[in-house]
Design a protein around this ligand. Structure first.
Ligand code: HEM
Length: 486
């Protein structure tokens, strides 16, 4: 039986029928690729699906219209997060902006980040991104088989350079290590599908650690110490350099130089940028290589467009973006087909609401199904086909085509604050790599192409797994000459 209506006699959104107490526990889509399970429920019940697990209402949004109507147009009601007791209260990760409840603290942190990450500010970081991307290309010219490690280096080097002004070492960089340590802890406590009893029964956190079954508290205490120590160290590094007069300008140094700045907020947002920006951007960049291995015709088309613009005379820069519509379409199509956050992050509704005759109960967790939105055949016909042309009309970007970034980077007031910085990085990587290399599949012993798996991993960040590919310089001499100038 479905639970009875609770708001002015309106029914809850449709969904599978519920068992007593556990509700829809057995209907809940399972990893891997649980977004496909949510999309299947959407085909059965409609774009807004309601489920209940134990004591929690869960509303899944499977269409852009529903996501826009609620998360964007009613953002005053839909910008909260569900509570994450294990991550925030037990493991002390409540300083992470992405987990913060909607309110004044959250707003203070977003405001601190905004001047440094908005669209205009992101442009001023592009020159640094161009230099690091050129270093990446030099690395893969020298050792193409190590492209995956070089890409990991690029993702870490860019965010650390932007936030802390530090040039990351080629291997074993201490600041990258610190940040990775925090990421590991966040993955340990906050990954979807990691069941912590305390997340469902928060009173467990009030029981003493020595009781049987309270092992999670002892483990979390260790994680808490570790992550708080690491988080202080990265900003302390910048402060030391500033005191010695050797600091390179960075977002941290600019924030700290502001007399009115609250140091705790600075430490929080500087650290969250690596957490939220490293693996996501890496996943997006790896997806680009994957798409190119699988779609040589699109790759060739983008290279022709680039060659016509450059004629091998210079390297591409971000300023070339408007003159390369096919390349832009190719990057957008890659983002559409490889969403790094297929279920975004959950939102939470703060008041009882009504939508198209259905009750949305206060406190419900709202899961936007970005994967379903970006694979909606009514918007993107034959969504399983990689087709950059879908974004073009008469060889220009079609302004009527919905931009996948409006889902890819999340929704409403919680939309990703790093989106411009991240997009520029992925675009630069795609543009400059295609200018210099052919990206081809590896061959097996019989000389046949080995194509990598298309499956997206589940977790806080989704992407294709690491895979081998062949990177063949298109014109080694010219590439080496141009890259040596950067
Ligand atoms: C390709 C790369 C990236 C993708 C796909 C991505 C995607 C997302 C998504 C889907 C959300 C959740 C939005 C929502 O709740 O509706 C988010 C939140 C967030 N992202 Fe990104 N992101 C990327 C890169 C970055 C970078 C480089 C930063 C660095 C500043 C960053 C910082 C954040 C933060 C701090 C939040 C939490 C915002 C909040 O809760 O208010 N992200 N991102």
């Amino acid at each position: 039986k479905r639970s009875s209506a609770r708001i002015a006699g309106l029914p809850l959104p449709p969904g599978p029928s519920q068992l007593p107490f556990i509700g829809n526990l057995f209907d809940f889509p399972q990893q891997p690729e649980e977004w496909k399970g949510f999309a299947a429920l959407g085909r059965l019940y409609g774009p807004v699906v309601c489920m209940r697990i134990l004591n929690k209402d869960i509303i899944v949004l499977n269409s852009m219209k529903a996501a826009t109507d609620l998360l964007e147009k009613r953002n005053a009601l839909y910008s909260d997060r569900p509570r994450f007791p294990m991550a925030c209260e037990v493991a002390g990760l409540d300083w992470i902006l992405a987990f913060m409840p909607y309110g004044s603290e959250w707003r203070r942190h977003r405001r601190a980040l905004h001047p440094h990450m908005n669209e205009t500010a992101a442009k001023s970081l592009a020159a640094m991104q161009e230099v690091l991307t050129a270093r990446f290309l030099r690395k893969i010219l020298a050792a193409p088989e190590d492209w995956s490690e070089a890409l990991e280096w690029l993702a870490g080097a860019t965010i650390v350079r932007a936030m802390l002004g530090v040039d990351v070492a080629d291997k074993n960089d201490p600041l990258v290590k610190l940040n990775k340590h925090i990421v590991g802890i966040v993955i340990g406590v906050a990954s979807p599908g990691v069941p912590w009893a305390v997340d469902w029964l928060p009173f467990l956190n009030r029981l003493p650690s020595w009781l049987p079954g309270m092992g999670f508290k002892r483990q979390a205490a260790i994680w808490k110490n570790e992550q708080l120590r690491c988080r202080e160290e990265s900003v302390a590094h910048v402060k030391r350099d500033m005191a010695a007069g050797t600091a390179v300008t960075s977002i941290a140094s600019k924030m700290l130089a502001d007399e009115d700045a609250d140091e705790t907020v600075v430490t929080n947002v500087i650290n969250v940028a690596y957490l939220a920006g490293n693996d996501t951007t890496l996943g997006a960049m790896r997806a680009f290589f994957h798409a190119m291995v699988l779609h040589p015709v699109s790759q060739r088309e983008a290279q022709t467009e680039i060659d016509q613009l450059l004629g091998g005379a210079r390297l591409l820069s971000l300023e070339d973006r408007p003159t390369l519509p096919y390349l832009e379409a190719l990057v957008l199509e890659t983002m559409r087909m490889y969403p790094v956050a297929p279920l975004a992050l959950p939102h939470c509704v703060t008041e009882n609401d009504e939508y198209e005759g259905m009750a949305i109960p206060k406190g419900a967790t709202v899961i936007p199904n970005t994967w379903a939105i970006l694979n909606d055949p009514a918007v993107y016909p034959e969504p399983e086909t990689f087709r950059p042309e879908r974004f073009l009309k008469a060889r220009r970007l079609d302004p009527l085509m919905p931009d996948p970034r409006n889902a890819y980077f999340g929704y409403g007031r919680r939309m990703c604050p790093g989106q411009y910085f991240a997009y520029n990085e992925v675009w630069l990587l795609a543009a400059t790599t295609l200018a210099c290399f052919d990206i081809l599949p590896v061959k097996d012993a019989a000389g046949k192409d080995v194509l990598p798996s298309r499956a997206l991993s589940s977790g806080l960040v989704s992407s294709v797994s690491k895979f081998p590919c062949r990177l063949i310089p298109r014109d080694r001499e010219t590439s080496e000459r141009l890259l040596s100038l950067v």
